[in-house]
Ligand binder design. Structure first.
Ligand SMILES: [Zn+2]
Length: 280
C-alpha cells in the first residue's frame, strides 16, 4: 500500500438510492475517493452471499474496505454472558467483513464501569484472546482494530490501545484523532500529532505506521470528552497540521471520515493531502 487512501464511514450521502453498501462503493469510486468503512454498528445484518457480492463490486471498482463492529460490545462487561455476546459480535463482524474483502475490523473495546484501568485491562485481554483464537481456527485473515476513544469512561487511550496491540497478535490500532483531541482537550497541534505517531512507532514498530487505520472528523467536546461529531470547518481540529504530520511520519493506510457531511470532508482532507504532498 502506498500513501494514504481516503473514504467515508458508511455509504456517502450522495449515493444512488437505496443507500446500500454496493451503491456506496460505486459512489466512492465516482467521487475519486479510495475506501469505505462498512458500518455494522447496529448489528451485522449482511449475510455471506451479500458479502461476496460486495467483495466483487469493491474489487471491480478498486475500492478498499474496512468494517466497524457493533457498538454493543464491552470486553470489560461484568456479566459473563455479555462478554460472550461481545466475542460473538466481533467474530461475526470479522467473518462477514473478511468475505467482503475488508482487511480491518474496527471495534470499541470496553467501558471501565468504575474499574481501574489496570483491572479492566486484565479482563479485556482475557476476553479478547478467545476471539483471536476463533479467527485463527476459522482462517479468517483480518486485522482487528481497537479504537482510540473519545470519552474518559471508555477504554482506549492511545497508550492502552498500543499496549493491547503489542500484547495480542492479530490486533492493530484504529487511531481516531478527533477522539484523542476530545478526550485530552489538547492533542491538536503538529507537534502533538507527530509525538502520538512516534509513540505508535516506538510501541509497535515502523510497520504499524505503514499499515494504519485512521478515523477523523470535526468534534464537539467538553469535560466528559466527546459530545458529537462536527464538520471540519465548524470545528477546531487542526486538520492541515494533522495531514502534514501524517505525511512527515510517512504514514500509509486508510483514512476514514466520520464528519456528518461524510464525503465532503473526506474530499477536503484528500485534497489537503494531495496539495501538501506536491510541496514535499
Ligand atoms: Zn468507532
Amino acid at each position: 500500500m502506498a500513501g494514504l487512501i481516503f473514504g467515508t464511514a458508511g455509504v456517502p450521502h450522495s449515493s444512488k438510492k437505496p443507500p446500500t453498501t454496493i451503491n456506496g462503493i460505486k459512489r466512492i469510486a465516482e467521487l475519486g475517493l479510495g475506501c469505505m468503512e462498512i458500518e455494522f454498528v447496529r448489528g451485522v445484518t449482511m449475510g455471506e452471499a451479500g458479502a461476496r457480492l460486495v467483495a466483487g463490486v469493491a474489487a471491480e471498482e478498486g475500492i478498499k474496505l474496512s468494517a466497524h463492529a457493533p457498538y454493543y460490545i464491552n470486553f470489560n462487561a461484568h456479566e459473563p454472558e455479555k462478554i460472550t455476546a461481545s466475542q460473538d459480535r466481533l467474530v461475526q463482524t470479522a467473518r462477514i467483513a473478511s468475505l467482503c474483502g475488508a482487511q480491518s475490523a474496527v471495534f470499541h473495546t470496553a467501558f471501565y464501569l468504575g474499574d481501574s484501568p489496570e483491572k479492566a485491562y486484565e479482563l479485556i485481554i482475557n476476553s479478547l484472546e478467545p476471539v483471536i483464537e476463533r479467527l485463527e481456527k476459522e482462517n479468517i485473515g483480518i486485522t482487528l482494530r481497537p479504537e482510540v476513544m473519545g470519552k474518559p469512561s471508555q477504554f482506549g487511550t492511545v497508550e492502552e490501545v498500543i499496549r493491547l496491540c503489542a500484547e495480542l497478535k492479530g490486533l492493530a490500532p484504529c487511531l481516531d484523532f478527533a477522539h484523542w483531541h476530545a478526550r485530552t482537550g489538547a492533542e491538536n497541534s503538529y507537534q502533538e500529532f507527530v509525538s502520538t505517531l512516534k509513540k505508535l512507532e516506538d510501541g509497535l514498530g515502523k510497520a504499524a505506521l505503514e499499515d494504519m487505520h485512521i478515523h477523523f472528523s470535526g468534534i464537539h467536546y467538553g469535560q466528559k470528552g466527546e459530545r458529537k461529531h462536527l464538520n471540519l470547518e465548524e470545528s477546531d481540529l487542526q486538520y492541515r497540521e494533522l495531514v502534514k504530520a501524517l505525511i512527515d511520519c510517512k504514514v500509509e493506510g486508510l483514512v476514514i471520515c466520520e464528519s456528518p457531511n461524510l464525503e465532503e470532508d473526506a474530499l477536503l482532507i484528500q485534497e489537503t493531502y494531495n496539495n501538501l504532498l506536491k510541496q514535499v
